[in-house]
Design a protein around this ligand. Structure first.
Ligand code: SPV
Ligand code: MN
Length: 635
């Protein structure tokens, strides 16, 4: 792109005020001035406003959201509602657009078959053409944030240009302010940047009109993402899933990790210690409910950076300070903490729920569904269908709430600690009705990486398409891994092995069913699995060694269930839940083998574990003359 103007010249056109130019110049960073002028030239906003960390600037964003209709006030103080684009149940902007999110790959560079790519030159040409004039008539905001705690070795600064006040407002809630941090860069270009535009808008409230021209192009070479014609946060907010992709690339070319992890602090009863756990689960597999376990505290629910620390542990930080959470099924019974948080006055954005008399309503909120109201399809009445005859629910299944973690009464005291917290354990889980035991501890670090790499989640009656189809997502991170999978796994292996105190890795499954097709575990049983895992990281419990990993002994679980849930956990339940279902496990390994065969350079440790485990399972079956091996058979 040719830069025909420098920032100074925009002063004369009234695009940029003297005050805003001064704010940029105060950063003393030619890269920022260049990026801002390049994209003013291309996107042609009516006006550019530079937002610092000042309360006045941030209030401007909040107020303007309401003024231009990207958000509307609700009855409760501080609550607002935002709607993303919707035309039909199959043509909308209510979720991440996987098809049009592509990594720009320079000619001759290898990318995994798992990554959605486009030739860099071709992709840039396409997206820059779409972005030409995309901000016409709009005000463009220039924002500065810090991914991670301030003054921290972990953190990465991020520059965001957007013409969406909703995007900028969400980022205020979800990320730490970074204008002052940018001054410390001393002119360096060591930051990520994100250009976003909702593009041409239509209707009231205003939504993106040209969804067909929605593009989210990840440019690893320039540490930037260009995103246009969308509003949904997973597509539009640079700092969320767009930065996750850039950070994975950066981490894997350095010596640290970026993961799709929550960070939970476990407080075992009667012990003087606490332990930090991270975990990755595909969407709909219990990630938030694990991060929000009753009696425990939370640092983060979505994205974490991990570094080898001087004390020999891996330390971990939440790069966010807020939650962009799925609201479906949040009710006082199942999620009391979130329920209390989102039903009391505070700064909070709801998206894509139904509003009835100024009050938000959503799927699974435990209340009666109103007969009418206003939702993402505008005026809604029960039974309303889209133009294809598909029924429109009162709230979208992917409707969300956006709130600061500090507003939760289980926020952990180390949320903003610049040194992060030491990681004691990692939990992986999927949705699996017939294969994996509820919890196991991996035999060693590589074995844990292996379990993380073979996470699968089954489609449910609530998702589109056939029920029970298994989707594989290594570390629940597949959509965001922008380096070859083999390299990703090798770096995981290396990272853990470089630590003096390597976290223990656990594989969980909350969705195991019995022969009668019913779930074998209650919603809260996961608390007991996590308490057991925490104890294992401190040598509290013994365990049974099996080829799939260490599994709990009944007596320990019996005690934990009694103490934490006041439940009698019988040996019969234990045997049913912790039997090794050899046939299903072997079938899983066969599926995984087929999938991983499509990738070159998968590290040897992965294949060795897979082949060895499969052999052992086959031998167990022969030795015991049965398909299901009870944990008691190993004693
Ligand atoms: C996820 O899908 O993993 C989310 C929501 O956390 S989104 O911001 O859309 O990625
Ligand atoms: Mn996520």
């Amino acid at each position: 792109m040719n830069v025909s103007k420098n920032l100074m010249e925009y002063l004369e056109t009234e695009v940029l005020s003297k005050e805003c130019l001064d704010k940029i110049n105060a950063l003393n960073n030619e890269h920022i001035s260049r990026i801002v002028s390049e994209f003013i030239e291309l996107c042609k906003p009516l006006k550019v406003k530079v937002i610092t960390d000042s309360a006045k600037d941030i209030e401007y964003v909040r107020n303007k959201c309401i003024e231009i209709g990207e958000e509307s006030k609700l009855k409760m103080d501080g609550h607002t509602i935002h709607y993303d684009g919707f035309f039909t149940m199959s043509n909308h902007d209510q979720a991440r657009d996987k098809q049009n999110t592509r990594v720009l790959v320079p000619k001759g560079e290898y990318a995994s078959p798992w990554i959605n790519t486009i030739d860099r030159e071709e992709g840039l040409k396409e997206v820059l053409e779409i972005m030409d004039g995309c901000m016409e008539g709009h005000e463009c905001l220039v924002r500065f944030f810090c991914l991670g705690p301030k003054n921290s070795k972990f953190s990465i600064l991020s520059l965001q240009l957007t013409d969406s006040f909703y995007v900028a407002h969400s980022e205020d809630i979800l990320y730490r302010a970074g204008y002052e941090e940018f001054k410390k860069l001393k002119g360096s270009d060591d930051f990520f940047y994100f250009i976003h535009s909702s593009g041409e808008l239509t209707g009231d409230p205003p939504i993106t009109k040209n969804l067909k021209k929605r593009r989210i192009y990840v440019d690893l070479k320039e540490n930037r993402v260009l995103s246009v014609n969308n509003q949904y946060a997973g597509n539009s907010l640079g700092l969320k899933k767009l930065a996750l992709r850039l950070a994975i690339h950066k981490a894997h070319n350095e010596d640290w990790l970026t993961e799709h992890y929550f960070i939970l602090c476990v407080h075992p009863k009667g012990k003087e210690r606490v332990s930090y756990f991270s975990g990755a689960y595909p969407s709909g597999c219990g990630k938030t409910s694990t991060a929000m376990l009753p009696g425990q505290t939370i640092i983060g629910d979505d994205i974490a950076y991990l570094r080898k620390w001087t004390d020999g542990y891996a330390h971990v930080v939440n790069i966010e300070q807020g939650v962009f959470g799925i609201i479906k099924d949040v009710n006082p019974k199942d999620d009391p903490i979130i329920w209390d948080t989102i039903t009391t006055p505070k700064e909070l954005i709801f998206s894509n729920v139904l509003i009835k008399d100024g009050t938000p309503c959503w799927i699974g909120d435990g209340r009666q569904i109103p007969k009418n109201g206003f939702n993402f399809s505008r005026d809604w009445i029960k039974g309303k269908t889209d133009e294809n005859g598909v029924e429109i629910p009162h709230a979208h299944p992917n409707a969300r709430y956006t709130v600061r973690i500090e507003e939760l009464n289980n926020a952990d005291e180390n949320l903003h600690n610049p040194d992060g917290v030491p990681l004691h354990g990692i939990l992986y889980g999927g949705r699996d009705s017939d294969t994996q035991v509820p919890i196991l501890e991996s035999l060693n670090w590589e074995h844990g990486v292996f379990w993380g790499a073979i996470i699968e989640s089954e489609t449910t009656a609530q998702t589109l398409g056939k029920e029970g189809v298994r989707k594989s997502s290594p570390m629940a991170n597949l959509d965001f891994i922008v380096v070859p999978l083999g390299k990703y796994l090798k770096n995981h292996q290396k990272f853990g092995n470089s630590l003096k105190y390597c976290p223990k890795v656990f594989s969980t499954n909350y969705f195991l069913k019995g022969k009668d097709g019913n779930y074998l575990n209650g919603m809260l049983d996961k608390l007991c699995w996590v308490i057991w895992a925490e104890g294992r990281t401190h040598g509290d419990y013994s365990a049974i060694k099996t080829p799939i990993g260490f599994i709990p002994v009944h007596d320990d679980l019996k005690m934990i269930f009694k103490e934490y849930l006041d439940k009698d956990y019988s040996e019969k339940e234990y045997v049913e839940q912790f039997s090794l279902r050899t046939i299903h496990l072997i079938e899983k390994l066969n599926r995984i083998e087929e999938i991983y065969k499509t990738e070159s350079n998968v590290p040897d440790f992965f294949w060795n574990i897979l082949y060895d485990l499969r052999d052992k399972l086959r031998n167990l079956k022969i030795k015991h003359g049965k398909e299901e091996i009870s944990p008691l058979d190993f004693l």
